[in-house]
Design a protein around this ligand. Structure first.
Ligand SMILES: NC(=O)C1=CN([C@@H]2O[C@H](COP(=O)(O)OP(=O)(O)OC[C@H]3O[C@@H](n4cnc5c(N)ncnc54)[C@H](OP(=O)(O)O)[C@@H]3O)[C@@H](O)[C@H]2O)C=CC1
Ligand SMILES: O=C(O)[C@@H]1CCC=N1
Length: 274
């Protein structure tokens, strides 16, 4: 099968916009991308921006595609799947992909029929700029071709990792899926701290984001442990040591552990609820 299967996104929210934006930038042909959403505004925006085909009818886009990406909120998934099952006759001939947090593959068999083959992907919004981090887990029916295809599609918008279990995908979701929010929160707090000391807000944002980018690039280009990279900035008796001490006293490790655990727990709850 071609590298570029026809792919339909059900739901045109934040995550679909990030993935599709990144896919189009990476050269995925727009005439192979279909998107549905109940309200027309997002569709109009995406069609104007990328030249993709859009519809307010989920079944219409799903029927035209080889791959269906379920990209609605977890609480809507059962109803959306029930309607697709009723209206699209050959779901078993397509690859079903879901990006929803929590919901287990086993549930999709109940919602769509146990003859479907599927891959769960946990992406994140930096996919929009080609710097996404996506986790993937496939069921036993997905073929090698399916897996190679979906890995390549998501590699087009960033890095990918296969995980072996859906429990692992919950962890990846809690770190990488939710992670951009944690980093934005931290970056905003650094910006605020500089502004409170009298620094210009725009300039504070620029220095925070450039520093985050620089630190991430250094980490990616280095074999050193992250703690060693941190040490290299921390001159004995210098200013960084004073700042780092404040974070350590506030137990930054404990805070991250709690945050990730809370997000994993919510993924597990959603697995039960939806
Ligand atoms: N945002 C993120 O960073 C990540 C999200 N995810 C997962 O992605 C999924 C989508 O999240 P996100 O994009 O943030 O959510 P959004 O709320 O931004 O998008 C959901 C979209 O689904 C649309 N929708 C509502 N009802 C239907 C329906 N019946 N049929 C088709 N589309 C419908 C909504 O349309 P309208 O607004 O017009 O009602 C909306 O555009 C979730 O399951 C989430 O777990 C996974 C990883 C990261
Ligand atoms: O908040 C959520 O549930 C989704 C999953 C990861 C990021 N957003």
């Amino acid at each position: 099968m071609s590298d570029y299967r026809k792919i339909a996104f059900i739901g045109a929210g934040n995550m679909t916009q990030s993935i599709v934006g990144g896919m189009c930038q990476s050269g995925y042909p727009a005439d192979h991308i279909f998107i549905s959403n109940p309200s027309p505004e997002k569709l109009e925006k995406m069609s104007a921006k990328h030249g993709v085909t859009t519809s307010q009818n989920n079944a219409e886009v799903a029927a035209q595609a080889d791959v269906i990406v379920l990209a609605v909120k977890p609480q809507l998934m059962q109803d959306v799947c029930a309607a697709l099952r009723k209206e699209v006759s050959d779901l078993a001939s397509k690859l079903i992909v879901t990006i929803a947090a929590g919901i287990r593959i086993e549930k999709y068999y109940q919602y769509l029929g146990d003859d479907i083959r599927m891959v769960r992907v946990m992406p994140n919004t930096p996919s929009l700029v080609g710097e996404g981090m996506s986790g993937l887990v496939a069921d036993s029916k997905a073929t090698d071709d399916d897996k190679a295809y979906i890995e390549k599609a998501f590699k087009g918008v960033g890095a990918t990792q296969w995980v072996s279990t859906e429990d692992e995908l919950d962890i990846l979701g809690a770190v990488a899926g939710s992670g951009p929010a944690y980093f934005f929160e931290f970056m905003a707090s650094l910006q605020k701290a500089a502004v409170e000391l009298g620094y210009d807000s725009d300039k504070a944002r620029q220095m925070v984001q450039q520093t985050a980018l620089g630190a991430a690039k250094m980490a990616m280009n280095s074999d050193l442990e992250l703690s060693e990279l941190r040490s290299q900035v921390t001159s004995k008796g210098g200013s960084t040591a004073k700042g780092v001490e404040v974070y350590q006293q506030a137990d930054v490790d404990g805070i991250s552990a709690k945050a990730v655990k809370a997000a994993v727990t919510r993924n597990q709850e959603m697995a039960k609820l939806f």
